[in-house]
Design a protein around this ligand. Structure first.
Ligand SMILES: O=C(O)CCC(=O)C(=O)O
Ligand SMILES: [Fe+2]
Length: 307
């Protein structure tokens, strides 16, 4: 259900590029999820961010609580402590807060002054963000090829893109979660697409099949999980699907190590980008009115929080 696609032939322009495009199109229109290998992301850059964020999460709670709470610095750091977010709320479900904490960064997003430790954490975030920008550009070109758009069709929309990079820590669960409480509640992602560095653990990523059954997403070391977001689903007139997913708790009584750290990169277009039915999908008429990405996010947020 969640295929693994080696995209190296597309990146190098070799024979097999067309096959990559067809595999991604099939996944994006069926489950909205796929794994990519052969993506060219530098594993050392990934490891550095992973390790420094791990060190940050190991710091005492009372110190962490002083970090990343302000919003006065563009390109600063934002820290969300345990249980602050309940993702299922975005689907109108009332649950206790998610059993995770996260560090969040985007070059054009508001945050706070970076902490002086772990040393190099800002540079690690920025370097990984740049790797994700490169991979995202390849994926956009694959999408264009699949849909029948010029290869650079989406590029103007990503000149001042509002993408966000997040490292999430899901700690051990020495106490049983409350009823309905998960590591990350059921949700869809809002943006264009998400590129996730997942991690195998007891209590991991699950994706909802169309019949409602939850399936464990496969984990392949070094591969990225890619999923389509709501904004791209709307852009594609619902042909490419944004699928509900969540992060399960470790089984109760689990005795091994269940700490998990994931790194999602949420690819978003610029605020003024118009989300308007792409011409190849307009055959039977556009289902939605054109809307700017900024207005779309405001609409989603008000729907999720009943505003
Ligand atoms: O941690 C994960 O594997 C997924 C997290 C997620 O879906 C999200 O933060 O949007
Ligand atoms: Fe998500």
């Amino acid at each position: 259900m969640i295929p693994v696609v080696d995209i190296s032939a597309f990146i190098s322009g070799g024979t097999g590029a067309a096959d990559v495009v067809r595999q991604i199109e099939a996944a994006a229109t069926q489950s909205g999820f796929f794994l990519v290998t052969g993506h060219g992301v530098d594993p050392a850059v990934t490891k550095r961010l992973y390790d420094l964020a791990h060190d940050f999460f190991d710091e005492p709670q009372d110190w962490k609580a002083t970090i990343g709470r302000g919003r006065g610095v563009t390109g600063g750091i934002a820290f969300a402590p345990m249980k602050e977010e309940a993702l299922a709320g975005t689907l109108g479900m009332k649950t206790p807060g998610d059993l995770k904490e996260s560090l969040n960064f985007g070059p054009l997003l508001a945050g706070d002054t970076w902490p002086d430790r772990p040393e190099g954490i800002e540079a690690a975030f920025r370097a990984y963000f740049a790797e994700m920008e490169t991979l995202a550009k390849h994926l956009r070109a694959i999408f264009c090829s699949a849909i029948g758009l010029a290869p650079d069709h989406f590029e103007p929309a990503f000149e001042n893109h509002l993408s966000a990079l997040r490292v999430i820590n899901y700690p051990e669960q020495p106490e049983a979660p409350e009823p309905g409480q998960l590591r990350a509640g059921e949700h869809t992602d809002y943006g264009f697409m998400t590129i996730l560095r997942s991690e195998a653990s007891a209590g991991g990523l699950q994706v909802q099949r169309r019949d409602g059954v939850w399936l464990d997403a496969p984990n392949i070391e070094g591969a990225y999980v890619v999923n389509i977001g709501d904004a791209f689903m709307r852009w594609s007139n619902d042909e490419w699907v944004s699928t509900p997913h969540r992060v399960a708790n470790p089984p109760s009584g689990f005795k091994g190590t269940a700490r998990r750290q994931s790194i999602p990169f949420f690819l978003n277009p610029s605020a003024e980008t118009m989300i308007e039915c792409l011409p190849p999908f307009a055959g039977d008429g556009a289902k939605y009115d054109p809307i700017s990405f900024a207005d779309y996010i405001a609409l989603k947020t008000s729907q999720a929080f009943g505003g």
